[in-house]
Design a protein around this ligand. Structure first.
Ligand code: CU
Length: 242
């Protein structure tokens, strides 16, 4: 079953405006995604200011003004503009990024829900784990999460390298053969978001997508309980099981 078949009925329930930010790092809906968006915004606007400044100085330097030649050709201007300024800006950015990234990787509290996601060519196996680490419920290509609760993903691959990318809720995390990587996120409100494999893994890589349905904790518990029940057998052999 492809994610397209799964996503069609879910997308139909959304108003058209909601589709705009369905898969977008610019519409963060978790503290982790907000931190990443803040870093991206800082880098973008900082780079814009520096680019405009450098272009203005370039125009000034080629304007033919003798004063510009004296000012910009001076040894002190080269040391400040070419060495001290980049070192100060990049060091500040590095410290800020490491501090924010540290908060993303190591939240203090234990997770409320543990979900194992296994990347397989070309779909996503989703196992909800018990506290002991056993599989409680298994689904595919669609992940349900409770809003406001800390969720721990255990990410691994069954074959080649895939990358779990859910831009509205977190940054991309590679799934490396032989390794289990953890990712913790706390979705801030109910909604539906789209994720995608972000590492080329074969011919159907582009179709390797999934949906994340964030619900209220009460609705999530109802959904989880329903998943635990055995599937209803079709009433006749002509009935579509979906
Ligand atoms: Cu892929």
């Amino acid at each position: 079953m492809t994610a397209h078949r799964l996503s069609a009925p879910l997308l139909a329930t959304l108003p058209p405006a909601a589709h705009a930010g369905l898969q977008s790092a610019l519409h963060p809906h978790s503290p982790t995604a907000s931190d990443i968006a803040a870093i991206a915004g800082l880098v973008f606007w900082g780079a814009t200011v520096i680019f405009v400044l450098v272009m203005a100085l370039t125009v000034y330097s080629i304007s033919g003004s003798k004063r510009a030649g004296r000012l910009l050709g001076h040894r002190r201007a080269v040391l400040i503009g070419g060495l001290a300024f980049p070192v100060a800006v990049l060091s500040a950015l590095l410290i800020y990024t490491l501090r924010v990234a540290g908060d993303i990787v190591t939240p203090a509290e234990p997770p409320a829900v543990r979900v194992e996601v296994v990347g397989e060519k070309f779909w996503w196996r989703v196992n909800y784990l018990t506290e002991a680490g056993h599989v409680d419920v298994a689904t595919a290509n669609e992940i349900h999460l409770p809003a406001g609760r800390l969720v721990e993903f255990r990410l691994r691959t069954a074959d080649v390298i895939h990358s779990f990318w859910l831009p509205n809720l977190a940054g991309k995390v590679d799934m490396i053969p032989g390794r289990v990587t953890t990712l913790r996120i706390r979705p801030d409100r109910p909604g539906v978001w789209r994720g995608q494999c972000a590492e080329y893994c074969g011919a159907q890589h582009a179709n390797m997508a999934f949906l994340v349905v964030v619900e209220t904790p009460e609705d999530f518990e109802v959904w989880l309980a329903a998943q635990r029940r055995p599937a209803r057998p079709p009433a006749s052999r002509w009935e579509n099981p979906r």
